[in-house]
Design a protein around this ligand. Structure first.
Ligand SMILES: *[C@@H]1O[C@H](CO)[C@@H](O)[C@H](O)[C@H]1NC(C)=O
Length: 272
């Protein structure tokens, strides 16, 4: 009885039901898009996105699902991996607008640096594996990280007032997560990379191990350097940098800690 009642409730309120929580559930990194969120997620961003248009009943979509979920996980914080469920009537206008004729259809949206909110849209024709998807998308992400030689560091620091983030790295290619950070802080912090062989510069910055990250702040008192000593992962770095600059994107981080602080304050006052 209870089971039947629960199932009925599930059918009535599909969103509340774990069984039909969706093709890409909240435990995945796939962003489920709707006509209301499509523009802000995919157009108003400096991130490159891949969007899958699918139907729940479609066999090829089911086959792709684990690969797509895997791609989303490895591209987290670097590019957006999103999906539109076309057998949901409310999404039909989206699937029609993008001329979706078969499932799954994958499209890559690459930001247009010159014209904001006007991405280049391409059909994804690559293999239907996580690796193919990840490689294709990685090749199309915006690079806002400046490659610097030792003698270019100081002019780069002097050229603007925003905080500078400088990565000392074994080679000159910025890791994808670092490119993602540069996107999150576009316009509010400048990102650079300098390779290990440019050792002179690293001596100047008291860097002894690679990789290392130095944040350089210029104010009326001159230049201040902070060496980031945490894990070289995106989330802790994103947090750390938010003490120096305001992120413009990537604010998917849970806002729970703030709430918790608020809640605990009155208690502390009571104790005092
Ligand atoms: C995109 O990047 C530019 C700087 O390159 C920045 O001014 C703009 O605010 C960014 N847009 C978004 C939506 O983050």
């Amino acid at each position: 009885m209870l089971v039947a009642a629960t199932l009925l409730l599930c059918q009535l309120f599909m969103l509340l039901c774990p069984v039909s929580a969706g093709f890409y559930g909240p435990d995945t990194a796939v962003i489920n898009l709707t006509p209301t969120t499509f523009k802000s997620e995919i157009y108003d961003t400096n991130y490159t996105s891949v969007v899958e248009f699918y139907a729940e009943w479609c066999g090829h979509c089911k086959n792709l699902r684990p690969q797509y979920t895997k791609a989303a996980k490895s591209l987290k914080g670097v590019a957006k991996v999103a999906a539109v469920r076309c057998d949901d009537e409310s999404n039909q206008p989206l699937c029609a607008r993008y001329n979706v004729r078969g499932y799954p259809t994958l499209k890559v949206f690459r930001p247009n640096v010159r014209v904001p909110s006007s991405p280049f849209i391409e059909d994804y024709e690559g293999g239907r594996t996580a690796k193919s998807i990840v490689d294709t998308v990685l090749a199309k992400i915006s690079n806002k990280v400046r490659r610097l030689k030792a003698e270019e560091v100081q002019p780069w620091i002097d050229e603007s007032n925003v905080p500078k983030v400088l990565l000392f790295h074994k080679d000159a290619n910025a890791p994808p997560m670092y490119k993602g950070l540069a996107i999150d802080y576009a316009g509010t912090a400048n990102f650079g990379i300098i390779r290990k062989s440019e050792i002179e510069a690293s001596k100047e910055y008291a860097v002894t191990k690679f990789p290392a990250i130095v944040i350089i702040i210029t104010d009326d008192d001159g230049e201040h350097r902070h060496i980031y000593s945490g894990e070289l992962k995106k989330e802790p770095l994103y947090e750390y940098l938010s003490g120096f600059a305001t992120p413009v994107e990537g604010a998917r981080a849970p806002k729970k800690p703030k709430k918790a602080k608020k809640a605990s304050k009155p208690l502390q006052h009571e104790e005092l």
